[in-house]
Design a protein. Sequence first.
Length: 94
Amino acid sequence: MSQFLQSVQHMFAITYISNLFQGHVLSDGQPIRDVNFVLFSAVLDPKDVDGCDKSAIKGFPLAKKQPIICHVKSQEDGHFTFPSLPVGNYKLVC
């Protein structure tokens, strides 16, 4: 086995409650900050959501079939929040 391959546990948990979509990201049990979480939707427009960054992400490829709705970064404690999302189908990429 390569010296660069190590057993690392990466995890993120997600909760959706009353238009609040939140979660946290951990690696080896420790929170990770500044992880980008990018939200896509085939049916919603960015104007349909509030409270998250809608600017382009440098170096992130744009998707034509499912446009980026918005994105957030995890905080120092690994927590991230999309504060106002209507009910719908989303794709989350981190």
